[in-house]
Write a protein that binds this ligand. Structure first.
Ligand SMILES: Nc1ncnc2c1ncn2[C@@H]1O[C@H](COP(=O)(O)OP(=O)(O)OP(=O)(O)O)[C@@H](O)[C@H]1O
Ligand SMILES: [Mg+2]
Length: 218
């Protein structure tokens, strides 16, 4: 399965989700390719850190691609891997569009804040345009950095649930230091110690959703 983590808002958690998914799938015994399609190279930095911490035993293969090559190279490599995870930058780029055209699944994290939610419509437009070339695409929206209290979560959920292009999935990830601390050590949130059970459970819900999609596709 090819999963792109996208959207056009910076800092929504795309690299956090992409790297956690990659590590979790590889720990689950899958042969995984992580494609960093963002010029900022966050997931490449993550993999470099992980290699340092594990003596080059990251557990997956990582490459950096940009522009149309995201599509052509991924298509060349797809049969060599069980899963390909593509991390994209927070802008509407050729790289992100190329990734979406070959993906089975697009995951779009949204922080429950108005600046982030204002990107829903342009994201929907991109998906609709690309659905013409990829009618297998399933696109999902979920909350990241969700609040522990207040009404912003619910307001955001209502807006995202109204989308006819993205399916809202009820797998919110809270704003938890474990996500950023784990990433800073090249670890997934499930590997990070001390364990943050809430963060682990939240990510697992998203991970299980992806596994179920994969089972449904095979
Ligand atoms: N659920 C969370 N709780 C706490 N911190 C988080 C969470 N998700 C992401 N972060 C932190 O927020 C910052 C941005 O996250 P990340 O790099 O994953 O976003 P991004 O969408 O990939 O950003 P960009 O658009 O720049 O590529 C990072 O410092 C990350 O550790
Ligand atoms: Mg990123």
């Amino acid at each position: 399965m090819i999963i792109t983590v996208g959207g056009i808002k910076g800092g929504s958690g795309k690299s956090t989700v992409a790297t956690n998914l990659t590590v979790e799938l590889s720990l689950g015994g899958f042969n995984v390719l992580l494609i960093d399609a963002d010029d900022q190279e966050t997931s490449t930095d993550f993999t470099n850190l992980r290699n340092e911490h594990t003596g080059d035993q990251a557990g997956y293969t990582a490459i950096r691609l940009s522009g149309k090559a995201v599509r052509t190279e991924a298509m060349r490599l797809v049969d060599n891997y069980d899963h390909i995870i593509i991390d994209t930058g927070g802008r509407d780029t050729t790289s992100q569009r190329a990734a979406i055209t070959i993906s089975d699944v697009l995951l779009v994290p949204f922080v429950p804040r108005s600046f982030d939610l204002w990107t829903l419509e342009p994201v929907e437009q991109i998906i609709e345009e690309l659905s013409v070339v990829n009618d297998n695409l399933q696109a999902f929206a979920f909350l990241n950095r969700a609040d522990s209290r207040g009404s912003d979560n619910q307001d955001s959920i209502e807006l995202l649930s109204d989308s006819e292009v993205l399916q809202y999935i009820d797998t919110p990830m809270g704003s938890r230091k474990a996500f950023s601390h784990a990433a800073a050590s090249g670890l997934s949130v499930s590997e990070y110690r001390p364990r943050d059970k809430k963060a682990i459970d939240e990510f697992q819900a998203l991970y299980q959703h992806c596994l179920n999609l994969s089972k449904a596709l095979s």
